[in-house]
Design a binder for this molecule. Structure first.
Ligand code: ACO
Length: 427
């Protein structure tokens, strides 16, 4: 018998198996707890609860480590491509040359959207937030591609996964084009996944679009950095939605909705807006004081993370990417100086030190994306585009697990106990 954890409750002792992963904290398997004790555990926000078993991504937040299928994010960001990382997440191993070419070819053959979807866009107001459009259009994909929604069929799951990864850049670029009143551009499958996305976003039919290699590389790297992040809020949302047997397009739409929030995917938009509000480095101390004031709702956006209590390894890569993009585009945004200074001041302030609040991936990404030409409203859309591969890989992993059950958390009820209905005339 392996390790056991003991629980004493109501005068009785219970033993629960301790399960070991390949690395990281052990978990106490409490699946029998309710049956044996009549009690639930209470863990709002899942701060101590492993919701599933997964072999995709590992994070050690105290050490600032992020591994995809065992490979450190820094090595992937430096040497790999988003397509290669996507293959890795979906299949468990890095592809060889042939496998990569085949995968890229397959993805490129799914980049077009059903023509009727263009009419969908026209139903949105021009000033609609592109995330609102993403939620709607991605959810609507199930109405167009229902030939691949039998989730019990691995081949269907594979096709719908490829479709989602391939169509997301087209959907995102169209959301942008719609908001600025420019014509949609069809995909160009001679370009890379990322080059094609840049062209569909920034190109116009009247002119040849030239993909700038440094921008393509930076964008691809941003996609790699956002590809997966184990059981975060949006991924857990995708898993929970998928646990009922919902089709993958609906599940990913649910993930997009969750990602939209400012505490999650919306943080890079919020971080850049905050930097703009701060403006110059001399205003930083005022905002630092506000962030520390418990009576002030202001927080330093792009700072702090539920899991990382050390430097977010993705933020390190982002910081160096800012310089590369600035050099390639010959831009010099003073907000970068403000960001560097803010980071320095915060990292030397006891409040942030004691609470282990470090810059996260979103702190610098907004500066890069804005230099490339994206409006802030597109930031979360780019995150959703990149995270789609993580979502579908996690969803596939869950559906393939024979022990998979519908997700159904319990609660600690604190409302009124049973009482009798009072007729309206007596209230
Ligand atoms: N600025 C100021 N204080 C902060 C910040 C911040 N950015 N983040 C946390 N704190 C403080 C809290 O007030 C709290 O203080 P207390 O213990 O005195 O009450 C303490 O640090 C712990 O914070 P929690 O909110 O309990 O930590 P949690 O793990 O729940 O939150 C979160 C993590 C939501 C990311 C938080 O740090 C935050 O709101 N950061 C800003 C938003 C942001 O950048 N989100 C991006 C996350 S990365 C991503 O989604 C890709």
């Amino acid at each position: 018998m392996g390790d056991q954890a003991k629980l004493s409750a109501g005068g009785a002792d219970y033993d629960y198996p301790v399960l070991k992963g390949s690395v990281g904290p052990d978990v106490v398997d409490i699946r029998k707890l309710y049956g044996q004790t009549g009690m639930f555990t209470f863990d709002p926000g899942f701060t101590s609860t492993a919701s599933c078993e997964s072999a995709l991504t590992y994070i050690d937040g105290d050490e600032g480590v992020l591994l995809h299928r065992g490979y450190p994010i820094g090595q992937l960001a430096e040497n790999s491509s988003f397509m290669e990382v996507s293959y890795l997440l979906l299949n468990g191993e890095l592809p060889n040359k042939e496998e990569l070419e085949k995968f890229e070819f397959t993805i490129s053959r799914h980049t077009m959207l059903h023509e009727q979807l263009a009419t969908f866009y026209r139903g949105f107001r021009r000033d609609a937030h592109p995330m609102a459009i993403m939620c709607g259009v991605v959810g609507a994909l199930s109405a167009f591609y229902h030939d691949s929604t039998d989730i019990s069929d691995p081949e269907h799951r594979k096709i719908s996964s490829h479709r989602l990864i391939a169509k997301m850049p087209t959907i995102a670029a169209m959301a942008y084009k719609y908001s600025i009143g420019q014509p949609f551009l069809y995909p160009d499958n001679n370009l890379s996944y990322t080059g094609n996305f840049l062209r569909m976003t920034f190109g116009v039919p009247a002119e040849e679009y030239e993909v700038i290699p440094a921008v393509e590389k930076a964008m691809d790297r941003i996609f790699i950095l956002h590809a997966d992040h184990e059981q975060n809020a949006s991924t857990s949302t995708v898993r929970l939605a998928g646990s009922s047997g919902a089709n993958p397009f609906a599940c990913i739409a649910a993930g997009i909705a969750c990602l939209w929030g400012p505490a999650h995917g919306g943080a890079n938009e919020a971080a850049l807006n905050m930097l703009k509000e701060i403006g110059t480095p001399d205003k930083i101390p005022h905002y630092i004081e506000r962030a520390k004031d418990k009576n002030d709702p202001f927080r330093l956006m792009g700072f702090g993370h539920r899991v990382y209590k050390n430097y977010d390894p993705r933020a390190t890569v982002m910081q160096s990417t800012v310089r590369e993009v600035f050099e390639a585009l010959k831009v010099d945004d003073p907000l970068f100086e403000t960001a560097l200074r803010l980071e320095e001041i915060a990292l030397n302030d006891p409040y942030f030190v004691e609470k282990k609040l470090f810059p996260n991936v979103d702190f610098y990404s907004g500066i890069i994306l804005s230099a490339i030409g994206f409006p802030t409203t597109m930031f979360t859309v780019l995150f959703a585009l990149a995270r789609t591969v993580g979502w579908v890989a996690q969803w596939n992993e869950m559906i393939s697990d024979p022990g998979q059950k519908i997700g159904r958390p319990r609660q600690l009820y604190t409302g009124p106990t049973q009482r009798d209905y009072v007729p309206l005339s007596q209230r």
